[in-house]
Design a protein around this ligand. Structure first.
Ligand code: 0X9
Ligand code: ZN
Length: 756
């Protein structure tokens, strides 16, 4: 491998002296004038060797097989071309690209709303902001998280590590360790761990899955492992990779991901201090490596670890070199597959699961060391963008930060579940969001063995109306594929339904979900919203299709499943939906817009529109050029765009429109769904289904004496009141004194006579 530091830059580094001011306004000092990033498609080993010889720095994951991304001077690119080697330019002028990125970061920073978090997912943030954000989160919930320095970097910076776990004694809980930013130029990685910390800490109260994982797992999260490198990449040299070791002779940096004591010095690591993959003078020679080794070795039950990198969209597992033998390789592969699936389901991005050595050999990596040295499950994730996206992979557009953080977060959760939970319960919150008062609701969930190998049994649901009293055991019916369904009664408006799931492992242990079942159940709100209109796409109430797209116009039907990112089924299970170009194979929109305009609908004041959509633009061309837009006209007048979706959904998504929008009752509410192909190269697929008009109910208008909630005042409400009294249910309280006493009987009679 070649040295990574452009020679002409050395003097400038010296001139920079100590680098201060980690803000986007200061340009990194090292310049990349005359440098390009190119993709070389080599046809022989000689061609690859020649390209590497002329390379300044290797950017790509895949050296050895297939095309490789290289940073190289324009002159050398010309040389390669002249020698007949196939070269595609990804970044024409790297210095201009660094300046573009820095200007964009500064502009977004300036435009940012005041009072936000120190780190958000709309921009790249320097070291200090990440440290501020960590402290902000920990200070918000000292009952759930703490931060400590596990030791110092070579230059004396703290390696901050957040410990997140639910309240109570965590000493018996297994541990999971996650880190990012081991390679200084991989700026999209700290947002992934920031998102994890934020979701665990801020989601604890509201998300039962998070609560379960916090109450059963002791999390250790190190967002910025190579702190010196990250600070240096912001201040001085944007595409720096290693730590900041002075190797002597003008050479700097040890690759921390070659410095661990696992096949140290083996294939894919270099003994040249100038190399980007320099393994250092000895195994764990670097303070950063030593700190991490000592810290993780001190954990008594480490179940899994992820080292988060970029780019190329991969989930890698051991072994990373042929010299290593890894007894649990098959299990590692199975977990990597689950992680990749979880990522795909989040936003439609595919991360290839594979063995590290099948990518290329790399000796002394962090994740191989956790796998072998600590006998745990270590993974290397390579974040977005995809190697084929034609982008500067270390400086992708900021629009990729949020989807990347979201999908990698899902893979962290799945990995933790597979490695720590005796059973995995999966329930989508859309099944229990907003129960409708006095109605019953079907919930669907799955119960999986750790790796979905064994069988589960005794699946039960326990539920109660309100937040006190005993739970009723409900039968959960198997509906195939490890899935179960149960029907829950909602009870009165403005109350809650509480429930938890239960199953028995193959070894006879009963497990509740969330873990503390009856004492910390899933809580669903009960509202009196009414669905006043539904269109499940089985008939056509008057939709029309227009637009200038040359192919791929909206059609109604049962999805004709292709392999280009369109849905396999409709959204609501009725069979049909609206889809762009409903054919197998080449089914996307081409050359413009296809517009689906709905019939005039009745909508009472204050109502909302619910619908489900599908959107994908995962292959071909530039990402984020195309869009799926939703427009509404409430009064027969102009259409306003109320949604613009540019991130692939990868699954049917539920959305609601007009929430909080003031409008008078209308009989002319119209919807419009536009799938827009701006980039002829790009495959764009869209779908729409399950349109609803939701009319908000007002719980205070509910008649309190209508105890059984059937909308009528009748003697059956008397029996219902007696039952409520006997079970101490919330409807018992007729005089609104917060208690259920015999005085409520007189109150019920009064309420009944008043007729509410
Ligand atoms: O080479 C690395 O350190 C990692 N890739 S990166 O481009 N982010 O530097 C991947 C190492 C994965 N392990 C193996 N390929 N064996
Ligand atoms: Zn890396």
């Amino acid at each position: 491998m070649k040295r990574s530091t452009p020679t002409m830059a050395i003097a400038l580094i010296m001139a920079a002296g100590a680098a201060f001011g980690q803000t986007a306004k200061d340009l990194p000092v090292v310049r990349y004038d005359g440098q390009q990033v190119v993709r070389v498609t080599h046809k022989t080993g000689e061609e690859l060797a020649r390209a590497l010889e002329l390379t300044e720095s290797i950017w790509s994951e895949r050296v050895g097989r297939g095309p490789v991304d290289l940073q190289m001077s324009a002159e050398n690119v010309a040389l390669l071309r002249a020698e007949g080697i196939e070269v595609e330019v990804l970044v024409d002028d790297l210095q201009a690209d660094v300046e573009r990125e820095q200007a964009e970061i500064a502009a977004r920073q300036a435009a940012r709303a005041r009072g936000g978090d120190a780190v958000e997912y709309d921009n790249y943030y320097p070291f200090d902001d990440h440290v501020t954000f960590i402290n902000q989160l920990v200070n918000e919930r000292p009952d759930l998280a703490s931060v400590s320095s596990i030791g110092q970097t070579l230059q004396g910076r703290d390696i901050w590590t957040v410990n997140a776990t639910g309240p109570g004694d965590a000493s018996d809980r297994p541990q999971v360790a996650i880190n990012s930013m081991i390679h200084a130029r991989e700026w999209i990685t700290p947002p992934a761990t920031a998102y994890l910390m934020e979701s665990l800490i801020r989601g604890y109260d509201s998300d039962p899955r998070v609560r379960n994982l916090m109450d059963t797992v002791d999390w250790y999260i190190t967002p910025i492992f190579n702190a010196d490198g990250y600070v240096y990449a912001w201040s001085t040299e944007r595409y720096w990779r290693k730590n900041r070791r002075n190797n002597g002779g003008g050479s700097f940096g040890v690759d921390l991901n070659r410095n661990f004591d696992v096949d140290w010095g083996g294939n894919g690591a270099s003994n040249d201090p100038n190399s980007d993959v320099y393994h250092g003078p000895a195994p764990a020679s670097e303070p950063e490596t030593q700190v991490m080794v000592a810290f993780l070795s001190g954990l008594d039950d480490l179940r899994a670890h992820v080292d988060t990198h970029s780019y190329s969209q991969l989930v890698l597992h051991s072994p990373g070199t042929f010299a290593q033998s890894v007894p649990n390789e098959a299990e590692l592969a199975a977990v990597a597959q689950e992680m990749s699936d979880a990522i795909l389901e989040t936003n439609g991005a595919f991360y290839t699961p594979q063995r590290g050595l099948d990518l290329y050999e790399a000796a002394g990596t962090f994740a191989d060391w956790t796998t072998s040295g600590l006998s745990t499950f270590g993974f290397t994730i390579e974040a977005r963008p995809d190697a084929g996206a034609g982008l500067n992979g270390f400086s992708p557009p900021a629009s990729l930060i949020l989807p990347t953080a979201q999908e990698i977060y899902q893979s962290y959760l799945v990995m933790a579940e597979v490695r720590t939970q005796p059973l995995r319960f999966v329930i989508d919150s859309s099944y229990y969001d907003d129960f409708e008062a006095d109605e019953s609701r079907q919930i669907v969930f799955s119960v999986l063995d750790a790796l979905n190998t064994g069988s589960d049994n005794n699946v039960k649901v326990f539920a109660r109306q309100g937040d006190s009293g005993s739970y009723t055991e409900l039968s959960a019916s198997p509906i195939g594929n490890d899935m179960y369904s149960a029907t829950l009664d909602a009870g009165a408006c403005d109350t809650t339904v509480e429930f938890y799931l239960q199953a028995m492992t193959s070894t006879g242990t009963t497990v509740d979900f969330p873990i503390n079942g009856a004492s910390a159940p899933i809580v669903a709100d009960v509202t009196s919203d009414v669905v006043a209109y539904t269109d499940n796409s089985e008939t056509d109430p008057g939709w029309s299709v227009s637009g200038n797209a040359s192919d791929g116009q909206w059609e109604r039907g049962v999805p004709d499943f292709g392999d280009r990112g369109d849905p396999a089924t409709d959204a609501d299970g009725s069979g049909q939906c609206w889809l762009t170009d409903n054919v197998a194979g080449n089914s996307d929109v081409d050359g413009g817009e296809t517009i689906l305009t709905g019939p005039a609908l009745d909508a009472p004041a204050g109502s909302r529109v619910g619908y489900r959509y599908w959107y994908n633009d995962t292959s071909g061309g530039e990402i984020n050029n195309d869009s799926f837009r939703v427009q509404v006209s409430v009064d027969g007048g102009a259409f306003n765009t109320v949604r613009t979706v540019t991130t692939a959904s990868g699954s049917w998504r539920a959305d609601e429109l007009l929430e909080g929008v003031d409008f008078a009752a209308t009989s002319d509410l119209r919807l419009r769904f536009i799938a827009d192909d701006n980039d002829p190269q790009n495959v764009i697929e869209a779908g729409v289904d399950a349109i609803e008009i939701i009319v908000p109910g007002d719980c205070s208008n509910d008649c309190i004496a209508d105890v059984n909630g059937d909308g009528l005042l009748s003697p059956t409400d008397f029996t219902a009141w007696i039952n409520a009294f006997n079970s101490n249910a919330p409807e018992c309280d007729q005089n609104n004194d917060g208690a259920c006493t015999p005085a409520d009987f007189t109150a019920w009679i009064n309420n009944y006579n008043t007729g509410c």
